[in-house]
Ligand binder design. Sequence first.
Ligand code: UDP
Length: 367
Amino acid sequence: MFLLVGGTRPEAVKLAPLVLALRARGCVVRVVATGQHMRLFDETLAAFGLVADVRLGVLEGARTPAEVLGRLVPVLAGLMPGHKAVVVQGDTTSALGGALAAHYAGVPLVHVEAGLRTGGPEPFPEEMHRTLIGQLADLHFAPTAAAVAALAAEGVAGERVVMTGNSGIDALLWMHARLRSDAALAAAAAAPLAGVDRRRPLLLVTMHRRENHGAGLDAVLAALVVLSDGMEIVLPVHPHPSVEWPVHAALAGRPGVHLLPPLGYPAFVWAMMQATLALTDSGGVQEEAPALGLPVLVMRGVTERPEGLATGNARMVGTETGAIVAAVRGLLMGEGLSAMAEPTLPYGVGDAAGVMAGVMVERFGRA
Ligand code: UDP
């Protein structure tokens, strides 16, 4: 039996293909929802026809990463016995909690999306989370050659690292194909964009990162106020209070600005398929946009996902108001936009989960 631990939307997107691939190989898989973002995790799993097998209720009122971790580790450790391996994904507090619990329980740990590093100033707390998980993991599924190299540079033995591609691309290509073939699904996914004026360029914005809370977010919101004059802005608002409140205070009621609740995964993929340009600090969106040929501006000072910069699909723009306004307007006036809209697959070709499941069965047996 394999135990997969996750708590946030991106973990659901990137673990779902692995759950399906392991089950397709006859493995018994249990998914634990930590409750970090319970509603988003549940809804996102449901888009893949999955439900969590265990849903923890210990995070009510937990605000800081320290509180979340302190509550999760003992409960998760109690779930570990009897499992051949534990799988965590990415860099969240839930993933670190699962990794620590597996380590204390003596159960082998598998890290999906291993080896991402900024190599520069460290985004808090994600870089610390994924580096610590990298210390604890027995098997590292690295999405790209750069991730493999980062693990080698940290002394991780080569036989523990497998380059797989990112399972988020499996999820994306699967959903993209479904949206093109299932008219009812596409109609439901299109509904949140019903109020958008399709004659104007569509800027799709997401932001949630802790490193941008406060001053960074305020500067971005000032840029969106200026930009809303010439385009439609669609912004599914992350439910974190440090994001939700300032966004509504700055933008609610402004013409051309569509503040939406977090979109279900099919609706968000649909929105990416319709958008002219994405402006984001999301890791997942940085990976998904190149695959869809959606130009993406990254509102960060560093990124652990340099591959999309190298292919020309992504550009770093930071969070400074003037820089964002200039970059968005420059691109919409034609400068470089079509080159950035050339679809590429630097993060994987859509077969990552099958590779991961094959390796897990080989190393741990058909659990
Ligand atoms: N996403 C979604 N609905 C939204 C915004 C994003 O389903 O309203 C998806 C997106 O396609 C990607 C993932 O959620 O797969 C990214 O999540 P997030 O930006 O919260 O986390 P990060 O990738 O930065 O860790």
